[in-house]
Ligand binder design. Structure first.
Ligand code: GFB
Length: 317
């Protein structure tokens, strides 16, 4: 599967597309020890949905490797209520960057997807082969379809043009640089903020939905480490799951966050909010067999994410 010479990043010009996002930022941090030249483009400098602009920028900058971490992302409510942005913007970003990469002669590209690409009722833990074997979870099918298109683009460029493009599918991520805006965020940053605010007010912590869905979480710097690992050591058509291997019920997660933040208050559930997919624990045997494992346990990661929140890293507050 990965029997090919390692791809050395040292001395290479490496573009992290989406470096202002949580994952892109973590990849930039991780690349500091690789001896490569990291290229970035600010939003003002380059609109990633503009194919002509991206093509021009890539021909000028000549990146040799690309981490495609740029995407319109958000939690369950944002996905459910802004379908055009999640489908159209992500398709535009992907087609611009894949087109530019092939045209500018990029040697290696890693595309980042998401565990929501899998069918809503996929067998657990979810193996890579489960892709396109059943209907998607309706709250995020727009985003999922855009991400499936990204996997297929990487495969298509490999088949038709021989490009060394690969795909990684991370589970739910959290950590420094997260979005703490309650309308747009994922559950972990939302709970960190809600528990922090409840601690100050003495009130209850509100959990959306029933609290029974289970989710797998990975600290973002672990994800960045896995992406660099795959960029250097994997070449193949199949996408690779990137997860922690454990999942937790949302209600238990709320209790854990309360415990880490030191708030023994009350939890109330809001069943008017969607639960989303019941469970999406990924099987990460492939990545583990290649020799990669995560380092940051959930409790430790929540403590670090809370520190980042307190230091004012949360956006949109
Ligand atoms: O993280 P989350 O927004 O997204 O929600 P998904 C996970 C679970 O946490 C759902 C519950 O069951 C939510 O109902 N939850 C409880 C909350 N309280 C809250 C809260 O205050 N805020 C939020 N956001 N959730 C996303 C997809 O799905 O996962 C994306 O929509 C992407 O496309 C991402 O794939 C990784 O895990 O349900």
């Amino acid at each position: 599967m990965s029997a090919h010479p390692p791809y050395d990043l040292a001395g290479k010009r490496v573009w992290v597309a989406g470096h202002r996002g949580m994952v892109g930022g973590a990849i930039v941090r991780r690349l500091a020890s690789e001896g490569c030249e990291v290229l970035t483009a600010s939003r003002e400098e380059l609109d990633l949905t503009d194919q002509r602009a991206v093509l021009g920028w890539m021909h000028n900058q000549r990146p040799q490797a690309v981490f495609l971490a740029a995407a319109r992302v958000g939690g369950i409510l944002a996905n459910d209520t802004r379908p055009v942005e999640f489908l159209r913007d992500n398709l535009l970003i992907e087609t611009s960057i894949f087109t530019g990469a092939e045209s500018a002669g990029v040697e290696k590209l890693l595309f980042l997807g998401s565990s929501c690409i899998y069918p809503k009722h996929a067998e657990q833990p979810i193996r890579e082969e489960a892709l396109l074997t059943g209907p998607l979870e309706p709250t995020n099918e727009w985003y999922a379809i855009a991400k499936i298109a990204g996997i297929k683009l990487a495969q298509a460029y490999r088949r038709q043009y021989g490009c060394d493009y690969i795909s990684a599918m991370p589970t739910n991520l959290y950590g420094p640089g997260d979005n703490f805006d309650l309308k747009g965020s994922h559950v972990l940053p939302a709970l960190i903020r809600k528990v922090h605010e409840a601690k100050l007010s003495g009130g209850p912590v509100e959990v959306w939905g029933t609290g029974s869905p289970r989710r797998e979480f990975l600290y973002v710097d672990d994800c960045a480490d896995a992406c660099v690992f795959l960029m250097k050591s994997y070449s193949g058509e199949g996408h690779i799951n990137v997860g922690s291997g454990d999942d937790i019920a949302i209600i238990e997660l709320a209790r854990l966050v309360m415990d880490v933040l030191g708030y023994p208050g009350e939890i109330v559930t809001d069943p008017t909010k969607p639960d989303g997919t019941p469970r999406k624990l990924m099987d990460n045997t492939r990545l583990r067999t290649m020799g990669w494992a995560p380092k940051v346990a959930l409790r430790e990661g929540i403590a670090r994410a809370y520190e980042a929140f307190l230091a004012g890293e949360g956006r949109n507050l």
